[in-house]
Write a protein that binds this ligand. Structure first.
Ligand code: SAM
Length: 155
């Protein structure tokens, strides 16, 4: 299974996330408020990266599974022990071939669809692995909107 471009940038991206950039500071409370009570739900974090949202789902009581196609990103995810058990799976979001049908109550995919060519495949796969009437929350932005403070000062 091939990786993603994030295999080359895993260290940098993990550092960006762990410094809790503005983007993640904005997204985390909003997405958790939006999905509501997930205690005891089984939730998949599609394109989990270094696992910031997988850990957040687990901290809110979900049985959380993170999936990513980059083994290096998963390595950073697995190295972060939060005390709450989470599962990580190396798989392609466009098919999720390692995951069974209807296994999850809900799914999230944060800051990743803009990197993926076959978006329909991701929606099909997310629909297949979530139960009937399950939910799927997607957060996307374009990097051009992740503006550094220097840009605000007109430099
Ligand atoms: C910008 S990162 C976002 C990671 C995490 N969701 C976050 O918000 O920090 C995008 C992630 O998508 C993963 N990715 C890209 N294409 C993928 C695919 N086809 N299947 C699974 N993961 C993929 C990359 O490896 C990377 O970890």
């Amino acid at each position: 299974m091939p990786g993603t471009v994030y295999d080359q940038h895993a260290e940098w991206y993990t550092d960006v996330v762990q410094r809790r950039g503005l983007l993640h500071l904005q997204i985390i409370p909003r997405i958790m408020a939006f999905i509501g009570d997930i205690a005891d739900q089984s939730v998949i974090d599609i394109c989990c990266g270094e696992g910031i949202f997988t850990r957040e789902l687990a901290a809110h009581g979900a049985r959380a599974t993170g999936v990513d196609l980059s083994k290096r990103m998963l390595g950073f995810a697995e190295s972060q022990n939060t005390g709450t058990p989470v599962t990580y799976v190396h798989d392609d979001a466009r098919v999720l071939s390692r995951l069974p049908d209807s296994d999850f109550d809900g799914a999230i995919c944060v800051m990743a669809l803009m990197d993926i060519d076959d978006i329909s495949g991701v929606f099909r796969a997310a629909s297949r692995v979530t139960r009937h009437s399950g939910w799927f929350v997607v957060v996307v932005t374009h990097p051009c909107f992740d503006i550094s403070p220097r840009c605000h000062r007109g430099h």
